[in-house]
Design a protein around this ligand. Structure first.
Ligand code: CA
Length: 222
């Protein structure tokens, strides 16, 4: 998509400039960092859609940067490296790099990889934001839920609980698991029960899919 933001982390200015030029020509916005520390600063400040990350950097190397990013984010990372040793490739992929380009590379190839990885990432996000469980359908981008063709009138909290159950349909989730990630932070398990009770009332004919699992919690039946 045009306007997507790419963070280029590369200490060789000539290579960084060439990458920036090609990426901009393809419609991307570009931020550049010449070392790992700056990369992490920009990553926090600019919230890029993808990181092009050189492996060999002065100070903190690319592996360390990738580790730091991965500890809190699934942002796509493409590693750039002059090294072609299998060990480095595996280390990068094990850290969660989405792709790998060896130097010397053609900038055109890098841009093509960027496009491919972003397309793939968009697909993943999309599927994680849509759930179809039995007759229940959730569209978390639109913040809507349906039972069959009927749109359900749910509060944001109810929708989040339903989304958590739908993301692991058929599995019984503990109340504590339903409490996690709730921005209003439920204070105790009884609050969860109260929310689920209200949620069930709003599910219409789909209410029977929401089951209480004695001694555990709740489950959404496919
Ligand atoms: Ca380098």
């Amino acid at each position: 998509m045009p306007g997507e933001r790419i963070l280029v982390v590369e200490d060789e200015p000539r290579i960084a400039a060439v990458l920036e030029r090609y990426l901009r020509a393809d419609g991307y916005q570009v931020e550049r960092a010449g070392d790992g520390r700056r990369a992490l600063e920009l990553w926090r400040a600019a919230a890029p859609d993808l990181v092009l990350l050189d492996l060999m950097l002065p100070g903190m190397d690319g592996i360390a940067v990738a580790e730091r990013i991965r500890s809190t984010s699934d942002v796509p990372i493409i590693m750039l490296t002059a090294k072609v040793e299998e060990g480095d490739r595996l280390a990068g992929l094990a850290l969660g790099a989405d792709d790998y380009v060896s130097k010397p590379f053609s900038p055109r190839e890098v841009v093509a990889r960027v496009r491919a990885v972003l397309r793939r990432a968009a697909g993943n996000v999309r599927s994680a934001r849509q759930h179809l469980v039995g007759r229940l359908r959730l569209d978390l981008d639109a913040f809507e839920a349906y039972c069959g063709d009927v749109r359900l009138d749910l509060s944001p909290t109810q929708l989040r609980i339903l989304a958590a159950l739908a993301s692991r349909a058929g599995v019984a989730l503990r109340r504590s698991e339903l409490m996690e990630g709730q921005i209003d932070g439920f204070s105790d398990e009884r609050t969860v029960d109260a929310h689920v009770k209200n949620l069930r009332r709003r599910l219409g004919p789909c209410a029977s899919q929401l089951e209480t699992v004695r001694g555990v919690g709740y489950r959404l039946r496919p």
